[in-house]
Write a protein that binds this ligand. Structure first.
Ligand SMILES: *[C@@H]1O[C@H](CO)[C@@H](O)[C@H](O)[C@H]1NC(C)=O
Ligand SMILES: [Mg+2]
Length: 248
């Protein structure tokens, strides 16, 4: 409520309807950009949750963010921080030092799919997503791939923990390999009895299993807070920017 009020005071020309999303009435390019930027920042921080589509009016802003260079800079800096952190750790080297990666929009980029789907301005479309997934053509996010290669060439055990179904293992492995992710200690997909669970619940339980198996999760990288919260989150988490969609 406070945020709505503040926005109304600062931007009286912006009408905000009750409900989950801001309904922005365009009264000027820069005002809109400012509001969309504020939304993106708060979404990244996990303050704005549960959104189904990006705010109306923010499609061009998100497009510019993703394609105009800022997203790449943001991801590159995150990777540099992760590299710096990982390099300073005194790991045991007994095969039990683990790093967990989410897959979609963490290792593999779906910008080309979302650029065809209004950067998240339309609700998730399962059938067009599956068509895209079947192509197994999502490219690597290069800076994350560089970090991944450093880990696998060192003494790390790397786990991929994805919300994708076990039924999608083959196409998932194909895409990973094709994009240069050829080695992993474990590729964890949702089993049938996990299909209905929120990502946060499913992923927490799976990370806890890794810990019970003796792995020390030093780092956990994902583009959704549901990858990084719950329990057994790992010693440090690294959030990959993603203003295009929200997964609980
Ligand atoms: C979802 O995607 C399919 C396949 O591309 C398309 O035929 C369908 O019209 C889309 N549905 C909506 C609601 O946009
Ligand atoms: Mg993801």
């Amino acid at each position: 409520m406070g945020v709505y009020l503040a926005l109304l005071l600062i931007f009286p020309f912006i009408s905000i309807v009750s409900g989950s999303f801001y309904d922005i009435t365009l009264q000027g390019e820069s005002a809109l950009r400012t509001v969309c930027e504020s939304w993106r920042l708060n979404a990244e921080m996990g303050n704005v949750i549960g959104w189904v589509v990006i705010p109306s009016g923010c499609e061009e802003y998100v497009s510019n963010y993703m394609l105009g260079g800022q997203y790449s800079l943001d991801v590159d800096l995150m990777v540099r921080e992760a590299m710096s952190y990982a390099s300073k750790l005194q790991i045991e080297g007994d095969g039990k030092d683990a790093w967990v990666f989410d897959i979609d929009d963490t290792l593999l980029s779906h910008i080309s799919y979302y650029s065809e789907n209004r950067f998240g301005a339309t609700p998730f479309n399962k059938s067009s997503w599956v068509q895209w997934e079947n192509l197994a053509a999502a490219p690597a996010i290069e800076s994350v791939a560089l970090f991944y290669r450093q880990l696998v060439s060192g003494d790390w055990s790397v786990f991929f923990l994805t919300g994708r179904s076990e039924k999608r293992r083959e196409v998932t492995e194909e895409n990973l390999r094709r994009s240069g992710f050829t080695k992993w200690t474990g590729l964890i997909l949702r089993q049938e009895d996990e299909e209905g669970l929120p990502a946060k619940v499913y992923k927490s339980a799976r990370r806890q299993e890794l810990e019970k198996a003796g792995y020390r999760i030093w780092g956990n990288m994902g583009d959704q807070w549901s990858d990084l919260t719950g329990y057994s989150t790992g010693e440090r988490v690294f959030k990959v920017a993603n203003p295009m969609y929200y997964i609980p």
